[in-house]
Design a protein around this ligand. Structure first.
Ligand code: AN7
Length: 360
C-alpha cells in the first residue's frame, strides 16, 4: 500500500500561484480540495440532457468557501505583523475570520446585522472567541463602518475588499479545471458582494492564459430577488431575503463582477425565496446534499435556465454550493414544518412497527 502525501491546505498546494514566500508562516485549517459531485437524479427530473456538477464548498473547515480566502488574508495579516482582523459579515465571513484568527493567535472583531444571521454562524463566531459586535443595521451599513474604522484602528480588514481574499478563492476554479480536465460550459454562483464570482473568473483566466486549459466557462450569477442590485442595475438600500448570507444591497465587487459578465458572455438573474428554498429541498431530497439557502440560489437559477433552454442541452454546468446546510438549522426545520414524516409515537414495538409499515 502506498500512502499519499498529507493534504495541507490550498496555500501549500498552490503556493506557486499565490503571493506567499518560502518562509511565510501559513495559517491553514486544511481548506480547499472540496468534492465536485455529479448530480444523479436532478437532470432526469428536469427532463434535460445536461451534466450538472456541484462544487460542495460547505465541506470547508468552517463550512463555507470563505475559508479559501481567509487562509490567505490571515496568513498575510500575520506576515505583516497585524494583531487583529476585522470584518462585516452576513455570517460566513465572521465564522471563518473567527476560526483563522484563533488558529493564528490574533483577535477577530466581527460586525454582524443584529438578528439577521443564521444560528450556526453566530455560534461559530462566538465559540472561536471573536469579539462579536452586533449592529442595528444591515451588512452594507456594517461594511461602511468597517472601512471607516480600518483607517482609525490597528486592524486588518478581511472582507473581500482585501485582495488576498480573492487570491485564495480563485483556487476553487483551479480545482474544477483539474478535475474536469477542461472548463465547464457554464459556472453558476450565488452572488452577494460578487467577490467569489470575480475570484473564480480570475482562476479560470489564469489557467487559460498559462495554457493549462484552452477554454473558459460562461459565468452566471444569481441573486435573491429581494437583494438583486445586479438585476436592478443599481444599489439596493433595504435588501431582504430568506437567504441571509446574500442579503447584500451594495456589492463591494460591483465593477469586477460586471467585467466578469462581459468577458465571459455571462449574465445575472434573480431567484425568489420560494425558488431558493425549493432548490435547497430538492438537492437534499433527491441528491443527499445539504447546502444553506443562499447556496441553493446557484442551482435554483441554473435549473430555471436549463428548463427554458437558455442553458442548452448537452452542456456541462458547475454550480457552487457556497455553504453547508447546517449553518442555518432554523430555516431547514421551518422548511419541513407540517411534514408527514415527523411522527411521535409511544415507545412500544407495536407503535414503532406501525409507523414503519404505514410509511413504506
Ligand atoms: C453562503 O459572510 O458576504 O458574492 O459576509 O455566505 O462573494 O459575496 C457571504 C457571502 C454566497 C456570496 N453564499 O458571495 C459574508 C458574506 C454564501 C455566502 C455568498 C456568501 P460573494
Amino acid at each position: 500500500m502506498t500512502f499519499r502525501t498529507r493534504y495541507t491546505g490550498l496555500i501549500d498546494k498552490y503556493r506557486d500561484r499565490l503571493p506567499v514566500h518560502d518562509d511565510t508562516r501559513i495559517i491553514s485549517l486544511g481548506e480547499g480540495n472540496t468534492p465536485l459531485i455529479r448530480l444523479n437524479n436532478i437532470p432526469g427530473d428536469l427532463g434535460k440532457d445536461v451534466d450538472i456538477y456541484v462544487k460542495y464548498e460547505g465541506l470547508n473547515p468552517t463550512g463555507s468557501f470563505k475559508d479559501r480566502g481567509m487562509t490567505m488574508a490571515v496568513t498575510k495579516a500575520v506576515e505583516e505583523g497585524s494583531k487583529a482582523i476585522i470584518c462585516a459579515s452576513t455570517g460566513n465571513t465572521s465564522a471563518a475570520a473567527a476560526a483563522y484568527a484563533a488558529r493564528a493567535g490574533i483577535t477577530a472583531f466581527v460586525l454582524i446585522p443584529d438578528g439577521k444571521i443564521a444560528l450556526g454562524k453566530l455560534a461559530q463566531a462566538m465559540i472561536h472567541g471573536a469579539v462579536v459586535i452586533q449592529i442595528k443595521g444591515n451588512f452594507d451599513a456594517g461594511m461602511e463602518l468597517v472601512k471607516q474604522v480600518g483607517k482609525e484602528a490597528p486592524v486588518t480588514i478581511v472582507n473581500s475588499i482585501n485582495p488576498f481574499r480573492l487570491q485564495g478563492q480563485k483556487t476553487a476554479a483551479f480545482e474544477i479545471l483539474e478535475e474536469l480536465g477542461a472548463a465547464p460550459d457554464y459556472h453558476c454562483l450565488p452572488v452577494g458582494n460578487a467577490g467569489n464570482i470575480s475570484a473564480h473568473w480570475m482562476g479560470y483566466c489564469e489557467y487559460h492564459e498559462h495554457g493549462i486549459v484552452n477554454s473558459r466557462p460562461i459565468m452566471v450569477g444569481y441573486q435573491a430577488a429581494g437583494s438583486a442590485p445586479f438585476m436592478r442595475g443599481e444599489m439596493v438600500d433595504n435588501p431582504e431575503t430568506v437567504a441571509t448570507a446574500i442579503r447584500i444591497g451594495h456589492p463591494q465587487s460591483w465593477d469586477k463582477a460586471w467585467n466578469v459578465q462581459k468577458e465571459s458572455s455571462g449574465w445575472f438573474d434573480e431567484c425568489t425565496d420560494e425558488e431558493i428554498l425549493a432548490a435547497q429541498k430538492m438537492l437534499t431530497e433527491r441528491e443527499g446534499i445539504f447546502c444553506e439557502p443562499a447556496s441553493a440560489t446557484s442551482l435554483a437559477g441554473a435549473m430555471r435556465d436549463i428548463k427554458s433552454g437558455k442553458i442548452p442541452e448537452g452542456s456541462k454546468v458547475v454550480c457552487t454550493l457556497t455553504g453547508h446546510g447546517l449553518k442555518d438549522p432554523d430555516t431547514a426545520i421551518k422548511q419541513c414544518e407540517g411534514s408527514n414524516k415527523m411522527l411521535k409515537v409511544d415507545a412500544t414495538l407495536e407503535e414503532v412497527k406501525k409507523a414503519i409499515l404505514d410509511n413504506m
